[in-house]
Ligand binder design. Structure first.
Ligand SMILES: *[C@@H]1O[C@H](CO)[C@@H](O)[C@H](O)[C@H]1NC(C)=O
Ligand SMILES: *[C@@H]1O[C@H](CO)[C@@H](O)[C@H](O)[C@H]1NC(C)=O
Ligand SMILES: *[C@@H]1O[C@H](CO)[C@@H](O)[C@H](O)[C@H]1NC(C)=O
Ligand SMILES: *[C@@H]1O[C@H](CO)[C@@H](O)[C@H](O)[C@H]1NC(C)=O
Ligand SMILES: *[C@@H]1O[C@H](CO)[C@@H](O)[C@H](O)[C@H]1NC(C)=O
Ligand SMILES: *[C@@H]1O[C@H](CO)[C@@H](O)[C@H](O)[C@H]1NC(C)=O
Ligand SMILES: *[C@@H]1O[C@H](CO)[C@@H](O)[C@H](O)[C@H]1NC(C)=O
Ligand SMILES: *[C@@H]1O[C@H](CO)[C@@H](O)[C@H](O)[C@H]1NC(C)=O
Ligand SMILES: *[C@@H]1O[C@H](CO)[C@@H](O)[C@H](O)[C@H]1NC(C)=O
Length: 215
């Protein structure tokens, strides 16, 4: 279930956006997101380079635009805790309808802020990992796209996550799951949050060999 956690987390974020693009966001939410995008403190998320991803047409591969966004995000200073707090506060205030559809209650805002603050540095480190000159997320998405044999688009990546479970993991070749990139991602998460990925320890070792999860 968690074997593809890193990929799934990214894909889920994109999938939620894809869903929102098709179902339409409330005007409050759109306006909150616009406020965030316009606020200079949000430069740490490079919001303007997210637009090509979110507006890509249905059959277009998102890999190139994800790569551009990551290049920008990883090239600017990280968000401060104050900025993260302001962004989460504004999103929960403006996008309450959308978030409650995902099972989130506005009373959870303080918890959400500290959770985001706690995980953000690790997530940023993982999505900015590089293999030589290539971003690791880009490399993994490219490998996955080659393995799947068709473009990774906003629509099919959401479907992949929605239906994704262990049943189909075996269809993803070890060249995708057992790369130096996924190993580095695994070790980064495991260093910052020991035990978080323990449940996939054995399955990762089954597929990738025992050296994969060792430091
Ligand atoms: C949060 O919302 C306030 C009030 O609408 C706005 O002034 C501020 O720029 C927003 N901050 C961020 C980071 O979006
Ligand atoms: C996407 O691909 C499908 C099937 O290949 C095709 O029917 C459809 O017209 C394409 N859509 C766009 C926007 O290119
Ligand atoms: C896949 O995406 C690329 C853009 O990255 C596009 O040029 C190409 O036509 C797409 N392929 C198909 C089969 O839709
Ligand atoms: C950016 O957002 C912060 C926090 O919400 C707010 O204090 C600041 O005034 C905003 N800046 C601009 C230029 O809107
Ligand atoms: C940011 O906030 C988190 C938890 O809310 C805290 O653990 C972390 O130390 C803070 N980081 C900085 C740089 O203050
Ligand atoms: C999972 O596998 C089944 C049967 O092989 C297939 O029909 C389904 O499309 C696959 N789902 C994904 C997300 O690859
Ligand atoms: C995984 O998907 C299969 C069918 O695609 C389903 O039968 C099975 O219950 C799912 N497992 C989990 C844990 O969701
Ligand atoms: C992975 O890294 C090792 C050493 O860091 C290197 O020898 C190996 O060639 C790399 N594998 C790939 C597929 O890049
Ligand atoms: C994960 O694998 C390592 C190396 O084999 C082992 O020492 C550790 O006990 C495993 N952890 C779990 C929770 O299975």
């Amino acid at each position: 279930m968690t074997r593809m956690l890193i990929l799934a987390a990214l894909a889920a974020a994109l999938g939620v956006s894809a869903q929102s693009t098709t179902t339409g966001l409330s005007s409050e939410c759109t306006s909150a997101l616009a406020q965030i995008a316009l606020n200079s403190s949000s430069a740490c998320l490079s919001p303007s380079s997210l637009i090509p991803i979110l507006t890509s047409s249905s059959n277009t591969s998102i890999v190139d635009s994800v790569d551009s966004w990551l290049t920008n995000v990883c090239g600017v200073a990280a968000c401060t805790n104050d900025t993260l707090s302001a962004i989460v506060t504004n999103v929960t205030a403006g996008c309450g309808t959308e978030l409650s559809a995902l099972g989130f209650s506005s009373t959870d805002t303080a918890t959400l802020i500290s959770t985001v603050q706690e995980f953000y540095p690790t997530v940023r480190q993982v999505v900015c990992l590089k293999d030589g000159n290539t971003n690791c997320v880009t490399e993994t998405l490219t490998n996955l796209q080659d393995a799947v044999g068709s473009n990774l688009t906003l629509t099919n990546i959401a479907g992949l996550v929605a239906s994704g479970n262990d049943t189909n993991d075996t269809s993803i070749p070890s060249s995708v799951t057992c790369s130096n990139c996924t190993k580095a991602a695994y070790n980064t998460v495991n260093t910052d949050f020991p035990g978080l990925l323990d449940s996939e320890n054995s399955t990762l070792q089954d597929q990738c060999g025992s050296s994969f999860t060792g430091q």
